[in-house]
Design a protein around this ligand. Structure first.
Ligand code: ZN
Length: 349
């Protein structure tokens, strides 16, 4: 009973924000994607905010009692940050999968949603197993949190330009940032990485944040770390979520490079456990590992999760070339990452 109430409440929230967009409202008024598909994620075009929201709604409708959808927070430009929960919220083991915290890396949003759908289909089949262990057993006392679109404002800027922002305040802010950066071209917006306030959401976490000297020093399309850790609504919400549940593994998907980052100076059993997790994900994806963290910018979500919370956490960089990546890369990306969720659960088994 409680689950049904929760799901109904959650759907109410999601309908509200879907309704805020005229295009989304028109679609929602007819029929949400459900049994019949295809899901909006199956597009050759950029996977827009409204598409992600409607797919989240559709999944909650199609798989009631298995997945719940809600919003973590409201962004500067009034968008919701979708959050999906698969499994029992009271489970002892929680896993986080995050996509598109960096705007121009929005194909990771598509990857994560494809993984979510494949996983739900496997769960529903009742017969799926991995390395000889049934999926039901792998999911025992385990919950998976999915953030398919961690930075919806920034992704909108990269996909459609600042004119697609909802509010005059956000458009004005982005114009100010462009002036500070000496940018403003179509290419400049296409390459946008931050949120709509010009803060790089993955330089917002207290994993050596104070040591990080960002190259901009002011709100920017990328790399600006903000005035303090978690000063953005989005990053604060990710931290709050992470602190609320007993997370045992996190994976943050980024582009590009085809590499796994797992080391942040941790030692002892945390070092061993994170290395073993990275080895396992490297084995199934074919992505090599890179442990030279001192050459990388700190203050990322993974850095904080490892250093401050002791959670074995990975940054997985998918694809190759210049972001935003072409749609032609998605099939290979999905194929390479098809066992990542199962392997993550297996590592906790
Ligand atoms: Zn990134």
């Amino acid at each position: 009973m409680k689950k049904i109430v929760l799901l109904t409440a959650v759907l109410g929230v999601m309908f509200c924000f879907a309704g805020a967009c005229p295009a989304a409202a028109a679609t929602a008024a007819v029929k949400l994607p459900g049994n019949s598909g295809p899901w909006r994620v199956d597009t050759q075009q950029p996977y827009l905010y409204e598409d992600v929201v409607l797919d989240c709604l559709g999944l909650a409708e199609r798989y009631p009692g298995i997945i719940a959808a809600d919003s973590l927070c409201t962004t500067f430009d009034g968008r919701q940050v979708p959050h999906l929960l698969i499994g029992d919220v009271k489970a002892a083991k929680h896993v986080l999968i995050m996509g598109a915290i960096h705007a121009r890396e929005y194909m990771t949003s598509q990857l994560v949603m494809k993984q979510t759908i494949a996983f739900l289909e496997a769960l529903e089949s009742g017969t799926a197993s991995y390395k000889g262990v049934s999926l039901a057993e792998l999911m025992q006392d385990t919950a998976i949190h999915v953030l398919p679109l961690a930075n919806p404002d920034g992704v909108t800027i990269s996909q459609l330009g600042p004119q697609a922002l909802h509010t005059e305040a956000a458009r004005r802010k982005v114009n100010e940032i462009a002036a500070l950066d000496g940018g403003g071209s179509a290419q400049y917006y296409l390459r946008w990485k931050a949120n709509a306030e010009g803060v790089d959401l993955n330089r917002q976490f207290d994993g050596r944040w104070a040591e990080y000297k960002d190259p901009a020093g002011h709100p920017s399309s990328d790399h600006y770390k903000g005035t303090s850790p978690l000063c953005t609504t989005e990053a604060a919400a990710f931290a709050e979520l992470t602190l609320r549940y007993p997370f045992k593994r996190t994976i943050s998907y980024h582009e590009q490079g085809g590499v796994i980052y797992w080391y942040f100076g941790q030692q002892g059993s945390l070092l061993d456990e994170t290395k073993a997790f990275a080895d396992a994900i490297s084995a199934v994806t074919g992505y090599p590992e890179d442990a030279n963290y001192q050459k990388l910018d700190p203050a990322g979500y993974k850095d904080w999760a490892i250093e401050k919370l002791g959670i074995p956490s990975l940054t997985v960089e998918v694809g190759s070339g210049t972001c935003p990546l072409p749609a032609s890369q998605l099939p290979d990306m999905i194929l390479r990452n098809k066992d990542v969720w199962m392997e993550t659960l297996f590592s906790l088994h």
